[in-house]
Ligand binder design. Structure first.
Ligand code: FES
Length: 96
């Protein structure tokens, strides 16, 4: 989800009132607070909640989803996703 804020310029008229000028030349996009929440699970992956695109370094979209678990232990055979290997490896937050 994204939003756009349109900034209008104002100028003073001779009578002292303000006039809003057409925003066509002054459209400015600003990032909005995302609805995505990322939670670090104890001794496990990053839990991603919210509409996201997970993108490879070359820009290829790997997955568009509203829920994902991303590996942070480095042991997954399916990076960037968690495949449960953190448990098999006995990975803990304090072991990294
Ligand atoms: S966090 Fe689960 S495999 Fe890495």
């Amino acid at each position: 989800m994204s939003s756009c804020r349109i900034r209008t310029e104002t100028s003073s008229r001779a009578d002292g009132t303000l006039r809003a000028d057409a925003p066509s030349a002054n459209v400015q996009q600003t990032p909005a607070m995302s609805d995505v929440r990322i939670t670090t699970l104890t001794d496990g992956p990053l839990e991603v909640d919210g509409e996201v695109s997970i993108v490879a370094p070359d820009g290829t979209v790997i997955r568009e989803t509203s829920k994902a678990y991303l590996c942070r232990c480095g042991h997954s055979g399916n990076k960037p996703f968690c495949d449960g290997s953190h448990k098999r490896e006995g990975w803990t937050e304090s072991s990294s």
